[in-house]
Write a protein that binds this ligand. Structure first.
Ligand code: DGY
Length: 430
């Protein structure tokens, strides 16, 4: 085992707060939904029990209606804003830890399959009951997604808040977010800029709109039907839909192993619906998949990493195959490390600001996975190698400047450590 693998494991240990892992100390002091799903896969490369525990702690926050919230506030901390008092969600999930009121990409199902597969190769038959319990939690959350976030049956699930996408200040949301008021009743006490330079974070006006949206939904008492009608921001997101579709395929795989026939049928229907929805979002002229602004009815054409995330779920046709390869190569041309989260030729590109250009190891992990699934192994290997090099050069930072390779944002970041462990694990097992 290399020193760097040791260091990645040490970061997960350092960020462990008792069976769950914070994304990083101080900046993100609670359990985050998709961070934990990625982290659990990192744990699975060396400690199966701890991997299961990460997901078990996450579902402690699951709402009665199946939603898996984006933050579980297991213990108080004053180093993050907005905390539980701003969300005020208690009544939605009785006798459980307090949580935020929105969700995040459902990587959970992908993680569960990954962990379960490793457990099986290690001959760990004892994980069956734990797998079954987590499978049913995931299934309830997928039902929630389909019912609550695709009520108009487009085969695409919608986000009602940019934080749900995980790509908070992506240029993809600029136009839709500009319609949201900057007026808030809540005093905005940002903590993030105390930990990280403001030049790398979303702008103040973004935060005003983020908090305005929280207030709109809080006034709906977090009732999903009321939220759907009241939402001033509503985007059918291809990245979210692709992750849900892929996680659904992974749940079908688990259900087959567990011999759960009704669940296989139910999930197969969901899977078909989502794949149909995704296929309709391809645009030849843009060489990628685009989200749909449900309020304006317009395509969101801004070139962001979301263009390529559907590869994790669908098989490209011959034309798309070549187009995607050319487009990713174009985005990476001249970069020390790709894939930038916003195309470098776009006027929105900022190489150091959060989701407006920097490279994220977990996004590259998904893109590598999607390229491999679509038989683009050579390009996948280049991106994988560059990601590993970027981490080895700059450390386990939150994200990386694609032009200089500099590590940016939070330090000792759990999901970057997990990405390193998983990408290395794959290389070692090839
Ligand atoms: C933040 O606070 O920066 C998060 O991305 C919201 O989840």
């Amino acid at each position: 085992m290399s020193d760097i693998t040791d260091a990645a494991r040490a970061i997960l240990a350092f960020n462990d707060r008792g069976g769950y892992t914070v994304p990083t100390d101080a900046l993100y002091p609670f359990q985050w939904n998709w961070d934990s799903a990625f982290v659990s896969m990192g744990f699975a490369t060396f400690n199966i029990d701890r991997a299961y525990q990460e997901l078990e702690r996450l579902i402690e926050g699951q709402w009665d209606d199946g939603m898996l919230p984006h933050i579980v506030f297991h213990v108080p901390s004053d180093t993050y804003f907005p905390g539980p008092d701003v969300w005020n969600t208690h009544h939605r999930h009785h006798k459980k830890p307090t949580t935020s009121g929105i969700t995040q990409p459902p990587v959970f199902g992908m993680a569960l399959r990954y962990i379960y597969e490793i457990a099986l190769t290690e001959g760990r038959e004892d994980v069956l009951a734990r797998t079954r319990l987590l499978f049913h939690a995931a299934l309830r959350s997928h039902r929630w997604w389909m019912k609550v976030r695709d009520p108009e049956k487009r085969g695409l699930v919608a986000i009602l808040h940019p934080w749900e996408s995980g790509s908070d200040n992506s240029p993809a949301w600029d136009e839709a977010l500009a319609r949201v008021s900057t007026i808030t009743k809540t005093e905005i006490c940002r903590q993030d800029t105390k930990h990280v330079s403001a030049a790398m974070r979303p702008h103040h006006a973004d935060y005003q709109r983020f908090i305005h949206l929280v207030e709109v939904y809080r006034e709906c008492k977090w009732d999903p039907v009321k939220q759907w009608s009241a939402a001033p921001f509503k985007v059918a997101d291809v990245q979210m839909t692709a992750i849900l579709a892929r996680a659904t395929a992974d749940l079908i795989w688990i259900a087959s192993h567990l011999n759960l026939l009704d669940e296989i049928n139910e999930l197969s229907t969901i899977h078909r619906i989502l794949l149909d929805g995704l296929r309709g979002r391809w645009r030849n002229n843009l060489r990628g998949f685009v989200s749909l602004d449900l309020i304006s009815g317009k395509d969101i054409q801004k070139p962001t990493q979301a263009y390529f995330i559907p590869l994790i779920a669908i098989e490209l046709d011959t034309y798309q195959h070549e187009a995607v390869q050319d487009e990713i190569e174009r985005w990476c041309n001249g970069m020390i490390v790709g894939v930038p989260s916003t195309a470098p030729f776009s006027s929105d590109f900022e190489s150091k600001r959060y989701w407006r250009g920097p490279v994220w190891a977990v996004i590259n992990w998904l893109i590598v996975d999607g390229l491999c699934k679509n038989h683009l192994a050579e390009l996948a290997a280049i991106i994988e190698g560059n990601t590993i090099n970027a981490i080895e050069r700059a450390g386990f930072r939150e994200y990386f400047d694609p032009i200089t390779g500099e590590g940016l944002g939070g330090n000792s970041f759990s999901w970057t450590a997990a990405a390193y462990l998983v990408l290395r694990h794959r290389l070692n097992n090839q």
